[in-house]
Design a protein around this ligand. Sequence first.
Ligand code: PLP
Length: 417
Amino acid sequence: MRQVTGPVSKQAWSPDKLRQQFPILQREVGGRPLHYLDNAATTFSPRCVQDAVAHYENHSRSNVQRGMHQLGIEATDAFEAARGSVARYLNAASCDEVIFTSGTTFGVNLAAHCLGQSLQSGDEIVVSQAEHHSNFVPWQQLCQHYGVRMRLIPVLANGSLDLSGLDQVITERCRVVAVSQISNVTGSITDLQTITRQARRHGALVFVDGAQAAPHGPLDVQALDADFYAFSGHKCYGPTGIGALWIRSPVLASLPPFLTGGGMIERVDIQGTRYASGYRRFEAGTPPVAQAIGLGAALDWLMTLPWRGIRAHEQALSRQLLAGLSQVGGLTLLGEAAAQDRAPIFSFDIEACHSHDICQILDGYGVALRGGHHCAQPLMQALGLVATSRASIAVFNTDADIAALLCGLHDAVETLR
Ligand code: PLP
């Protein structure tokens, strides 16, 4: 079992130095500087990530875990080194707990599918009403397929989770609790400790959707006391089409495979197949090698950032944004009111202004926002909303991005009313 080790030296940091590492930030939109505030959907890659992918493509491109030649060995080394980077970033106990996936959605589907076979009638699965559809629909389908009851952790008026009746929702019937660590709509930070404690009381497994938490600095899955942790590379400054699912070793060892085929077997006979152990059992077929190497590079890069300084910077931008939004008449902000109590993801509804119109007008200012239901329709239904506008901040954003957003927003509201 390979252990997770490796020293990390921090890079000297300033917003300008950091921005220079992102080639895409040089571009303009409609003749204006780009102000990209849709990072919760997908963020950009620094040059070192692009270089790592290009190096594999131009130097070592070949298949992994089967090549007997030099290129195959180099590709496998780079691929497995990337797994080590994921394990370090998550503080997993071992690389063997890390499965490469295509992203969070795949991770949820894998877990739901593999857990389904052990469910019995009378069992319950608990999710929150604020989940992204990726962490909602697979569980809903599972419940419908196996005749199991799905129960919901409700939300407060601001969209944050209401844990006041948790002991009524997570009971002795509960087998799995699936929640996101940070909401992609409200930016609310889930009190995972309270949820895992209640789940453990009844022996339920805990699945954490880390899609919005993973971009905000190295994690410690062991301290979270969860069983599954899923995230996506493209929200963590890495390539698209790649992500990872961490599963605590004893749980991983107990699960049947999800997809079957090459690469996930120990031995295949005409009579039957013996599956490989560890993460290999869940990685059937040729994996997305270049993307995994890019993800490893992105997480290595994230581990070099001085997170205390980055968080202070993100909070300063959050305060600037919150102050500006509070000046807009008829605006309702979801999530916590104070910058220090939330992640830098801000959804808001403005009376008499549809979010699609707001986003379209802001695009004319070079400001990229997200508008819509954010793949969280159960949450929208609970809040009596159809859509919101959302700004989400990444490490490379500056006060100029927030100023451009606020300026465009005032003009948009004046135009639309
Ligand atoms: N979960 C959350 C909280 C998300 O924000 C997202 C994407 O926005 C997902 C899951 C799905 O991620 P992906 O599309 O990368 O699988």
